[in-house]
Design a protein around this ligand. Structure first.
Ligand SMILES: [Zn+2]
Length: 146
């Protein structure tokens, strides 16, 4: 996880949709209830739309009623980075992809157990990978193979 994904602004623009680019590279926020995942209940792993790093699991998703996909924990703590963000007249904690520094959203201390945290993430920063369910099914698949 030491090697960062670095691309030029031009390369990101080519790879991403205008909305994905605005959110992840320009620290934008999509309007609530407009993203494709806020109400999504499909199983799978939410990966970074920029670099494919697994970020959140559907098992950790909960309905926060905010209009953004919300998770109580990341797939792996090393895959996300947090940083203090004091724009918009208040101090919030920004959540970033640790691999490519994509802006994902913010984390708030008012989430459900077991962590008490609420990762409030833009759908535009995520891509749901339904084939990559190995985080949950690692043990099961080895016994099923024979
Ligand atoms: Zn990334």
């Amino acid at each position: 996880m030491n090697e960062k994904t670095k691309k030029s602004e031009k390369e990101w623009k080519q790879q991403l949709s205008p909305e994905q680019y605005r959110v992840t590279r320009k620290k934008g926020t999509e309007r609530p209830f407009t993203g494709k995942y806020h109400n999504c209940k499909e199983d799978g792993v939410y990966v970074c739309v920029c670099c494919g790093t697994p970020l959140f699991h559907s098992d950790h998703k909960f309905d926060s009623g905010t209009g953004w996909p919300s998770f109580h924990s990341p797939v792996h703590e090393d895959n996300v980075a947090v940083e203090e963000d004091s724009t918009l007249w208040m101090v919030r904690t920004e959540v970033l992809c640790n691999k490519c520094d994509a802006h994902l959203g913010h984390v708030f201390p008012d989430g459900p157990q077991p962590t008490g945290q609420r990762f409030c993430i833009n759908s535009a920063a995520l891509d749901l990978d339904q084939n990559q369910d190995d985080v949950k099914n690692k043990d099961k698949s080895t016994t099923e193979e024979q």
